[in-house]
Design a protein around this ligand. Structure first.
Ligand SMILES: Cc1cc2nc3c(=O)[nH]c(=O)nc-3n(C[C@H](O)[C@H](O)[C@H](O)COP(=O)(O)OP(=O)(O)OC[C@H]3O[C@@H](n4cnc5c(N)ncnc54)[C@H](O)[C@@H]3O)c2cc1C
Length: 322
């Protein structure tokens, strides 16, 4: 079976989980595998029920003290055991901070090939192949895995989330024995910010502002537009370094990668380190007063003008439409 390692927090599945289920179903058809198994580690019954309701054939859970918080070595051991249990030829993870930490560990333990940050899965000459953007979106790389077992991290928003299926898939709990001495690193505490907006890496719309907003006070315009669109707020390193915005909002090489359907950016020059985090965006709309700003090279729509004049009009128009 194709195995997908899901993510949950506070009793809810994260959005990437339904996307992984969809990617797994697609891979199952490509490889002719005999089903899709979803794996949920350290989550409660509510999240497990939600996983069973996704379009899959089996839901595996791993519980117990060793899995109550993320512990890389223990969780990697659980994935390896689940993969063996369902004879998985392919194991999918989210290309998230969690998946990017866990997948290489599992690849090392299983001596398996890892396709990182994939946006598409295909079959080439009988081998699973994947596409991913490299060099800040300038090149589309095609990767093929030649190992017997393949692992892949799947870029958020690359696959439409799987719907629910009836009847629910059966659930089975896996007993995974972990030697405590083998666990060298454990997350002891997770501090959540009171978030009223979607998570940047999962959002289907992102509105970001840069140094061109001139003053941190003016970010209320970015926030207002974001809230009208149900979007996440993003920014550049320049404003983070200036103490205008928190690092959690930074997009780019030393921040987060985004892959929304719509990325609206205002007063952002388009430095290569910023662009490297946005190339997964489907449609890019840029507002900049400099018609030569590099951001326009990757934009689908561009507005040349003053951010502080354009933003209030944009907000008014979005409000009027709906
Ligand atoms: C190792 C390294 C890692 C980095 N990592 C990142 C990263 O992860 N993410 C990131 O974003 N950056 C990163 N940077 C920094 C990056 O190189 C840029 O300095 C940064 O992205 C610039 O941010 P900005 O576009 O907000 O500011 P600026 O480059 O100053 O651009 C401001 C833009 O606003 C426009 N503007 C000015 N006034 C107005 C106005 N009134 N109305 C409309 N437009 C206006 C200007 O024309 C300009 O294009 C990194 C740099 C290094 C060296």
């Amino acid at each position: 079976m194709i195995l997908a390692v899901l993510e949950a927090s506070d009793g809810s599945l994260k959005k990437i989980s339904a996307e992984l289920a969809a990617a797994a179903r697609k891979a199952q058809a490509l490889l002719g595998a005999d089903g899709v198994a979803l794996l949920l580690i350290g989550a409660d019954d509510v999240a497990a029920d939600a996983a069973c309701a996704l379009d899959c054939d089996l839901c595996l859970t791993v519980k117990g003290e060793a899995f109550s918080g993320y512990a890389a070595e223990a969780w990697a051991a659980a994935v390896v055991q689940a993969a063996k249990d369902v004879s998985a030829p392919l194991i999918l993870f989210g290309s998230t901070s969690f998946g990017r930490d866990l997948a290489p560990r599992v690849a090392g333990l299983m001596e398996a090939g890892l396709l990182a940050d994939v946006a598409e899965l295909t079959l080439e000459d009988g081998h699973l192949a994947a596409a991913r953007s490299v060099y800040s979106g300038k090149v589309n790389a095609r990767l093929a895995s030649l190992s017997a077992v393949t692992l892949a991290t799947v870029r958020p928003n690359a696959f439409s989330p799987a719907g629910s299926a009836a009847p629910q898939a059966p659930r089975r709990e896996l007993e995974v024995a972990v030697d405590p001495a083998s666990v060298h690193c454990r997350a002891r505490e997770v501090r959540r910010q009171a978030a009223t907006r979607p998570e940047l890496t999962e959002a289907s719309v992102v509105v970001a502002g840069g140094r061109g907003l001139k003053d941190p006070e003016n970010f209320h315009l970015i926030e207002e537009l974001a809230d009208l669109l149900g979007a996440a707020v993003g920014t550049t390193r320049a404003t983070v370094d200036a103490g205008w915005r928190p690092h959690s909002e930074q997009i780019g090489q030393t921040g987060k990668n985004i892959a929304p359907a719509l990325y609206i950016n205002v007063g952002i020059s388009g430095a290569v380190q910023h662009i490297s985090g946005v190339f997964g965006s489907r449609t890019i709309v840029s507002v900049n007063r400099d018609a030569e700003a590099p951001i326009f090279k990757i934009s689908d729509y561009g507005v040349v003008g003053d951010a502080l004049e354009i933003l209030p009009h944009l907000i008014e128009e979005v409000r009027r439409l709906g």
